[in-house]
Design a binder for this molecule. Structure first.
Ligand code: PMP
Length: 450
């Protein structure tokens, strides 16, 4: 490793950080992370903390998953790269596809299209949705629906279906024909409705109205996160996602579940679709598919959609889409080992138990700290605390205060994520009871300093 003083001096001088103002990264230099073991990370000063963020919702198995590391090393020796564009394949991608088919069988998904990450997966699902309708002879079905507050990544396609202005405005104009409907966000919604079941129904009514307005014959697909992640862990009522499935089916609109966060156990179920008991037409995965150790993703495809493509004899189903790194053998080897470990450790059950502990601990903190306006979670290891400066007006907390809370929490032993006025917690799914207690204690120390 280069000298710590050198790193600190050069930090952010030549790097532009995603999701940051370049000047802010110079004035408030980012923490330099240099090591990871178990569920902990170490910074350049040797300060070790529990990673309450789990990398970026992706390091589900922690930083010491040797089988994945071994698989990557071995694959680099065997075949470090070859493409799977028409005419070639590789052994590991075939093996992985069979494993994914078995894993996602309960979701009704059997074929995989490979990508290098979440945004790529979203782009793929959006494109293939349009193509599906063209193959079926419905070439007018091209629009996309999505939820306000949803996050789907950063390609122009993904940004166009994103439901948060901060990821959109600077990059407009975005793709035409993308329309957003209300989210079941109990704390803030245009209906002033706090009852989850009633709010879900109002949002579904708004969706039906939007479809009627646009015309179902113009809409290709709707994309949703089963639990909205980056938008602040918005957890819908159990009737909501099944309601969307039903509306999409009735209107011949494909349903894409964006499970870049929720696939592979984070919600306490193996997928968000399974959590809510629905079957999507496409499912976008990435992140935890390799535990974050290799940039990789897979779009899982339903039998019906797959057969529509496979049975086409007109040529319309020729796929003119794919990435150099689609089906990368090292990514495939990492994913194979990761899937095996994910299932061997049955991480979904620990996510459920520790998620309950974390959620209950946050609700307890809310009793003592007025700045906590709303706690969200209750399904696995994805929770948020929305901070406000005034509980009556719900005015979001100011940036310096939330930054201080996060700084003190870090000094007290836990990395937490600040997103707007939310603190988001998404630790590795292998985290222990004692470690969750430490995360809560560190957050408490942070809140006490505010
Ligand atoms: N979809 C969802 C639900 C995500 O949370 C993310 C990333 N946080 C993405 C898509 C984009 O993934 P990536 O950053 O790997 O492109």
């Amino acid at each position: 490793m280069l000298d710590a003083n050198f790193l600190k001096e050069k930090n952010a001088r030549s790097v532009w950080h995603p999701m940051a103002h370049p000047a802010d990264s110079i004035n408030n230099p980012p923490k330099i992370v240099t090591g990871g073991q178990g569920v902990k990370i170490t910074d350049v000063d040797g300060h070790e903390v529990i990673d309450g963020v789990g990398g970026l919702w992706n390091v589900n198995l922690g930083y010491s998953c040797d089988p994945i590391k071994e698989a990557i090393k071995n694959q680099l020796d065997q075949l470090p790269y070859y493409s799977i564009f028409r005419g070639t394949s590789n052994d590991v991608i075939i093996e992985l596809s069979e494993e994914l088919r078995a894993f996602f069988k309960p979701d009704g998904l059997s074929r995989a299209f490979y990508t290098s990450g979440g945004s790529d997966s979203v782009e793929t699902a959006l494109r293939l949705s349009r193509q599906y309708h063209k193959v079926k002879g419905n070439s007018g079905k091209t629009k996309f629906l999505s939820l306000k507050y949803g996050y789907h990544g950063t390609h122009i396609g993904a940004a166009s279906v994103n439901g948060n202005a901060k990821f959109r405005t600077a990059y407009e104009p975005l793709l035409p024909g993308c329309h957003h409907t209300p989210s079941p966000y109990e704390y803030r919604n245009p209906f002033n409705e706090t009852d989850p079941a009633k709010l879900a129904q109002l949002c579904l009514n708004a969706l039906e109205a939007e479809i009627a307005f646009q015309g179902a014959s113009t809409i290709a697909a709707m994309i949703i996160e089963p639990i909205l992640g980056a938008g602040g862990v918005i957890v819908p009522h159990e009737s909501f996602v099944p309601g969307i499935r039903d509306i999409c089916t009735r209107n011949n609109i494909l349903l894409i579940t964006d499970e870049v966060i929720t696939a592979f156990g984070r919600t306490g179920a193996w997928s968000g679709s399974r959590l809510w008991g629905i079957k999507p037409d496409f499912m976008c995965t990435a992140k935890a598919i390799t535990n974050g150790y290799f940039p990789f993703g897979a779009v899982m495809i339903s039998d019906e959609v797959a057969e529509t493509f496979e049975n086409d004899t007109t040529g319309l189903a020729n796929i003119g889409h794919g990435y150099t790194y689609s089906g990368h053998p090292v990514g495939a080897a990492a994913a194979l080992a990761c899937l095996k470990e994910t299932q061997r450790l049955n991480v979904k059950d620990n996510a459920k138990a520790r998620g309950k502990q974390l959620h209950e601990g946050l609700l307890e903190l809310q009793k003592s700290f007025d700045v906590i306006g709303n706690i969200r979670g209750g399904h696995g290891l994805m929770c948020a605390a929305e901070l406000v400066s005034n509980r009556e007006t719900k005015k979001p907390i100011d940036k310096p205060t939330i930054a201080t809370i996060s700084k003190v929490a870090y000094e007290s032993g836990a990395m937490i994520r600040v997103s707007g006025n939310n603190i988001i917690l998404s630790p590795p799914l292998v985290i222990s009871e004692g470690e969750i207690t430490t995360v809560l204690a560190a957050l408490k120390a942070g809140l006490s300093s505010a």
